[in-house]
Ligand binder design. Structure first.
Ligand code: ATP
Length: 366
């Protein structure tokens, strides 16, 4: 059992930087929660406060309903895996993994058994006699995780543990950490700036910006119903397209810019009617744009004439970079689509999937 609650937690550094600002997060037992956001948004500081490595300026952190604000890190029953692994260079892999247990005066037999068990889970049994410098980046990463596992903590904290690995290894370790979570059934809190990592690993994701929580939700809810333009643009790759325009009424409701006029489907018009005449931002994901080819299901009033600037073949799909007036768009299309560079090209917008944000506050219009 290990739930973790952050209640209006703030961190103000000596230089008056408000790195974390009244953050509320309620992490359930056995949950895999990912803190994600751009560099400097306060995610590492949040994690370090949970670990006890950073003092809390205001608010309360509870682990299993016990307030831990004043509890030293070693008494919080948590283990942290750092970005740089923090292995002791002069110790073997075995000694590195055993170190925390030795400090806590565990009996020798139990230490050996726990290290062996962790090495087995991570497939590093053959490396126990090596020193860190004799290991690859991926192997060092496993040792760092192993050192956390042997402690059998209530909560695992990960601070960007994969950022020093190459792209392929990162994908592999991502699945391994997910499998580890299933196997150990322990609460895990994972910090990353990589939205793909967040989407693929988290049961729920906490999106942060400027020290504040923007949204806490499951990956699919974040993707489908972002609460503001920041979350909408941060989650998804290639990122959501944003187009500035206004809502106008003309035998129905339309989104209009200098270069396009798109009909808003009846299902959405109820909410958007209240914004008639106001500036809004339309958000459309690249996969919700397609080639307009006069197929019966397509609606001319939901299409726009664009100019093709670049076509990137990805093998299974193509990315098409488009311009319409001053707006740039990227579309993710199937390989049957036939855009020609520098040609005019009519693009269908799936307006049922479009997102709308108020221009000034950038909050979603739901
Ligand atoms: P990154 O992904 O770059 O590590 P982050 O989201 O983890 O970013 P934090 O490291 O938590 O961000 O930093 C949040 C803010 O607090 C930043 O503006 C940072 O400059 C500031 N900050 C972090 N540590 C300190 C410190 N010891 N003293 C003063 N300011 C700090």
């Amino acid at each position: 059992m290990a739930s973790v609650q952050l209640d209006k937690v703030s961190k103000i550094f000596d230089n008056q930087v408000r790195a974390v600002d009244a953050v509320d997060i309620d992490i359930r037992d056995k949950e895999f929660i990912v803190l994600v956001g751009p560099s400097g948004c306060g995610k590492s500081t949040t994690l370090r406060m949970i670990a006890g490595l950073e003092e809390i300026s205001a608010g309360e952190i509870r682990i299993d309903d016990r307030v831990v604000n004043q509890v030293p890190p070693k008494d919080r029953d948590i283990a942290m895996v750092f970005q740089n692994y923090a292995l002791y260079p002069h110790m073997t892999v075995f000694e590195n993994m055993a170190f925390g247990l030795k400090l806590r005066k565990y009996p020798k037999d139990e230490i050996e058994q726990r290290v062996k068990e962790a090495a087995d889970i991570l497939s590093i049994e053959g490396l126990l006699d090596r020193k860190p410098k004799q290991l690859s980046g991926g192997q060092r990463q496993r040792v760092a995780v192993g050192r956390a596992i042997v402690r059998k903590p209530k909560v695992f904290l990960f601070d960007e543990p994969l950022s020093n690995l190459d792209a392929k290894l990162r994908v592999q370790m991502r699945t391994e950490i997910s499998k580890l979570h299933t196997r150990l059934e322990t609460t895990m809190i994972y910090v990353t700036h990589d939205q793909t990592e967040a989407m693929t690993m988290g049961d729920r994701i906490v999106v942060m910006k400027d020290g504040k929580v923007q949204q806490i939700d499951t990956p699919m809810n974040l993707y489908d119903a972002p609460v503001n333009k920041f979350v909408a643009g941060f989650i998804g790759s290639p990122a959501m397209n944003f187009i500035n325009g206004e809502i106008v009424r003309d035998e129905g409701l339309f989104f209009r810019t200098a270069g396009m006029k798109l009909r808003i489907p009846d299902s959405r018009s109820g909410l958007l009617a209240a914004h008639t005449g106001r500036p809004v931002v339309l958000g459309i994901r690249p996969e919700d744009l397609s080639e307009y080819d006069l197929a019966p299901a397509q609606i001319p009033e939901m299409s726009a004439l664009c100019r093709v600037e670049v076509v990137e073949p990805m093998g299974n799909e193509i990315f098409v970079y488009l311009a319409n007036g001053g707006e740039s768009l990227v579309a993710r299309m199937n390989v049957q689509s036939r855009p020609s560079v520098r040609a005019d090209y009519r693009v269908q917008f799936d307006m049922n999937k479009a997102h709308f944000f108020m221009a000034e506050s950038e909050e979603a219009i739901h």
